[in-house]
Design a protein around this ligand. Structure first.
Ligand SMILES: C[S@@+](CC[C@H](N)C(=O)[O-])C[C@H]1O[C@@H](n2cnc3c(N)ncnc32)[C@H](O)[C@@H]1O
Length: 251
């Protein structure tokens, strides 16, 4: 019999359908954090805005220090939907584009040891066990979540969809260098670790907070490993079931 070792397909994760809304421990930890001095939240991976962005804003509803919550979405159609869904939160600003440079993300996915050798990580989940590089490259093109025909029509009707801003996390961090950040990473599975490494390098000398989603997944299993291994991070909350992690970084 042919045995095929691989990461585990994410659709088989027993809690894959569980929403962040059910993670009451995370909501409480965020509420406690909202009383601290966080001034800027940056999130990568808005999707339709009704998941993590709304969840975090609900926890931060009384946060006096919060000035702005930037949330980044690479799929233009989804970005438009999120902009609509999040209009009720004046502090939220949706940004259309890529968290990092696009080419950097493509290069990362095509060369990432964990994607190329995912058969060596049998405890970790991945979205596509057959052609993961192709799958994640498609997500990078902003196609995930809608049929590609719909996305193509959107691109034809609205040329803005062809011009995503790039390297958005770095721009926001540099434009707000004196502020205290909460960084939330929940974008494409294939580039979560790239985003984590970028954030670490951008904020290595700065006190900040970090929230990861999907820590049992290719997206952030290494980010979580690095957080737990570093004395500079203090874990404020973790849920193995939900794959969530909230940590404070002190340089
Ligand atoms: C897992 S979903 C986000 C889920 C969302 N945080 C929630 O709780 O509902 C990932 C989203 O990230 C977007 N995305 C993928 N790569 C991205 C990138 N490089 N920059 C910004 N958004 C990205 C995808 O289009 C998708 O909508």
């Amino acid at each position: 019999m042919f045995l095929f070792a691989s990461m585990k397909p994410y659709k088989d994760y027993p809690h894959s359908s569980i929403s962040m809304q059910d993670d009451s421990g995370l909501k409480n930890a965020l509420k406690a954090l909202s009383k601290s001095t966080i001034e800027i939240i940056i999130e990568s991976g808005t999707f339709n805005g009704l998941g993590s962005t709304t969840f975090i804003m609900e926890a931060f509803e009384d946060a006096a220090s919060l000035e702005k919550f930037y949330t980044i979405e690479l799929n233009y159609r989804t970005y438009k939907i999120a902009t609509n869904n999040l209009a009720q939160f004046p502090k939220v600003q949706c940004k259309f584009g890529c968290s990092t440079k696009l080419q950097e993300a493509v290069d990362f996915m095509q060369n990432d040891e964990a994607i190329l050798n995912h058969q060596n990580y049998t405890d970790i989940y991945i979205d596509d066990i057959h052609e993961p590089v192709k799958f994640y490259s498609k997500e990078l093109n902003g196609f995930l979540g809608v049929s590609s025909i719909k996305s193509m029509i959107t691109r034809i009707i609205n040329p803005k969809a062809l011009n995503p801003e790039e390297n958005i996390i770095e721009s926001i961090v540099k434009n707000n260098s004196s502020k205290t950040f909460l960084i939330v990473l929940d974008s494409a599975g294939g580039m979560g670790y790239l985003e984590f490494q970028k954030v670490q390098s951008l904020l290595k000398h700065k006190h900040h907070y970090l929230m990861l989603d999907d820590t049992h997944h290719l997206k952030h299993f290494r980010s979580k490993r690095d957080v737990l291994a570093s004395e500079k991070y203090t874990v404020l909350y973790e849920s193995i079931k939900h794959g969530s992690l909230l940590a404070e970084y002190q340089p």
